[in-house]
Design a protein around this ligand. Structure first.
Ligand code: PRP
Length: 181
């Protein structure tokens, strides 16, 4: 495959991802059976995980997407996110599940949860495929975590480097030479 030359190693292969998603799907199904579930995918990274996860969730969920800008390179944990693309439905009174590809500092998620609660969501929980606990800067609850990973530059399964590699089937570690130029 054309873009394999920048891969240092496979961190989580597609089989392990699929197995874990089945487990998470069962948990989410149990927790949301009979509820008015709205699943919100955070673009762009979450689309691959969301597509696979939702097909393991046996709940009639509605799906919508949001795109928010990161907080830039600043070091502040305050401030807020900028909404690049907003939801097209109301969250008022609804049980919301945010789907992310990765939680790093936790800042994006923390702001997003606050935003959805300020819009009167009934509940807001989160599922992320990946979490880097060593990078966390704010304490934010993430109920359904696929894998906790070390602080490495990961690509694939929705995650990019310079907008490439999102379609890789495995989560892989990028070679340092790709970004240390
Ligand atoms: C990633 C990821 C989260 C955020 C997590 O998005 O999808 O939204 O960063 O980081 P944090 O926990 O430090 O806030 P990114 O900005 O890379 O955009 P993308 O999903 O479009 O690739």
């Amino acid at each position: 495959m054309e873009h394999n030359d920048m891969i240092k190693q496979t961190l989580i292969d597609s089989k392990a991802i699929a197995k874990r998603i089945k487990e998470l799907g069962k948990l989410i199904t149990n927790d949301y059976k009979g509820k008015d579930l709205l699943v919100i995918g955070v673009l762009k990274g979450a689309w691959v995980y969301l597509a696979d996860l939702l097909r393991e969730v046996d709940v009639n969920a509605e799906v919508d997407f949001m795109s928010v800008s990161s907080y830039g390179s600043g070091t502040s944990t305050s401030g807020s996110i900028t909404i690049v693309k907003d939801l097209s439905v109301s969250v008022e009174g609804r049980d919301v599940l945010i789907v992310e590809d990765i939680v790093d500092s936790g800042l994006t998620l923390s702001h997003l949860k606050d935003l959805l609660y300020s819009r009167n969501a009934k509940s807001v929980e989160v599922s992320t495929l990946l979490s880097k606990p060593s990078r966390r800067r704010v304490d934010v609850e993430v109920k359904y975590i696929g894998f906790e990973i070390p602080d490495e530059f990961v690509i694939g399964y929705g995650l990019d480097f310079d907008e490439k590699y999102r379609a890789l089937r495995d989560v892989c570690v990028l070679k340092e030479e790709a970004y240390q130029k």
